[in-house]
Design a protein around this ligand. Structure first.
Ligand SMILES: Cc1ncc(COP(=O)(O)O)c(C=O)c1O
Length: 398
């Protein structure tokens, strides 16, 4: 595997991952299974860090600055994100409304706890990233399920179902946009419909936009908080550089509060319950948001070709499995219900580990509506992806 690349790497750079090196480097993705399994589950990519990010981390070490970060470093993170949001989404973020957090799930959990009471309802648009479920049920809140529509209609948001399925005990919507696992990028009309209901019914919207940079041509990310001042006033946006730049282990994210009143409310939580930042994450995020765009453009090019390979192979050659092209993310949501109905497999994720040697996420973890599905992470080299797909095709044929 190459350690160093130009700021804007040639496409071939993303094809040089070395499986033996990945198995040896440690980390959740490559240590869960034995050597016979190719892992395509957790949302980490197989590529080394982007050069500006690697340089920033090396610089921290070279300076020997592993003590507490300076107070001003949080401001620098906020400034760097503000520049990124303006350039990429035309979103003008006031840095004084940005709070640096340990990761995305920590403020998500804290907001559910702060802004609802036991027994209150929290809307999840299912199937959805498993920790959203536990953030609600783990502290005695109630999931108000709002299922996305059918795959052949492109997983639309069901606004009528949302209006009908919520009541006065519903307090919060945990929005995931782009959506994990469907890969949907919600349209302005869908988001406005949700915003209208949120205003009418006085809901807080916690908008997890961690996948917003991994967008394919034709899709536009609309930060929920940009839908207007009334919408921003009830929105907390959670994001980070860690999915885009593959640095989740550095544990750093941000929460962008729609108003100072919301931020002050959040600050009523005792400070030491809220964790904090770390020097490597701070340096890496600043570098990523300031200088990471050329690398990101090359990454998205690579991922788009991978996505097309997945969709074409699954739909043309993987008997009993169907999928829809994600508009964002490096995650494909595979419908295996026909495979299961045929009797060739009784549990899709287990079948693919045992019969194909491919480790995927079990769709049931994303909610009842995910039963019979698996999630495949295609952020790897083309040779590894081809091997993953071939193994799955062969298993389904056998
Ligand atoms: C939608 C979504 N939110 C949050 C996370 C986790 O973010 P963090 O590690 O910052 O908590 C992930 C990770 O895959 C994710 O897909």
């Amino acid at each position: 595997m190459t350690d160093r690349i130009d700021a804007s790497p040639a496409a071939a750079w993303f094809d040089t991952v070395d499986v033996a090196a990945l198995r040896a480097r440690g980390g959740a993705k490559w240590t869960k299974y034995g050597d016979s399994v190719l892992p395509a589950w957790v949302a980490d990519m197989d590529f080394p860090p982007a050069p500006p990010v690697a340089a920033a981390i090396e610089d921290v070490l070279a300076r020997g600055q592993l003590g507490y970060p300076a107070m001003t470093e949080s401001d620098a993170v906020a400034e760097a994100f503000s520049g990124w949001a303006a350039r990429r989404y035309g979103w003008s973020v006031d840095p004084s409304l940005v709070l640096v957090t340990t990761d995305v799930l920590q403020p998500l959990q804290a907001l559910v706890q702060l802004c609802s009471e036991p027994g209150d309802g929290v809307v999840l648009q299912t199937p959805i990233y498993p920790p959203f479920h536990t953030a609600v049920t783990g502290i005695g809140r109630v999931i108000v399920e709002n299922r996305l529509g059918a795959a052949d209609e492109g997983y639309p948001m069901d606004l009528e179902g949302l209006a009908a399925g919520t009541d006065e005990r519903t307090r919060i919507v945990l929005l995931c946009n782009p959506h994990n696992p469907s890969g949907r990028v919600f349209t302005r009309a869908e988001l406005l419909g949700l915003a209208e209901l949120a205003i009418e019914r006085d809901w807080l919207v916690v908008s997890d936009e961690i996948h917003a940079d991994l967008l394919y041509p034709g899709a536009t990310h609309i930060p929920f908080a940009t839908l207007g001042p009334e919408v921003a006033a009830r929105t907390v946006t959670l994001t980070s550089s860690t999915k885009t730049f593959n640095i989740a282990g550095l544990r750093l994210a941000i929460a962008v509060f729609g108003t100072h009143a919301l931020l002050e409310r959040y600050r009523s939580i005792p400070r030491f319950l809220l964790g904090g930042s770390n020097v490597m994450g701070v340096a890496a995020s600043i570098a990523a948001w300031r200088d990471g765009e050329p690398w990101l453009a090359a990454l998205v090019d690579h991922l788009r070709t991978n996505r097309d390979l997945v969709v074409d192979t699954v739909n043309a050659s993987m008997a009993g499995v169907r999928t829809v092209a994600p508009e964002a993310t490096y995650l494909a949501w595979l419908d295996c219900r026909e495979l299961l109905a045929s009797g060739r497999a009784s549990h899709a994720a287990t079948f693919f580990v045992q019969e194909a040697g491919v480790g995927l996420n079990d769709g049931a973890d994303f909610g009842v509506v995910g039963e019979g599905f698996v999630r495949l992470n295609f952020a790897t080299s083309r040779p590894v992806l081809r091997e993953i797909l071939q193994r799955m095709v062969d298993a389904c044929a056998g």
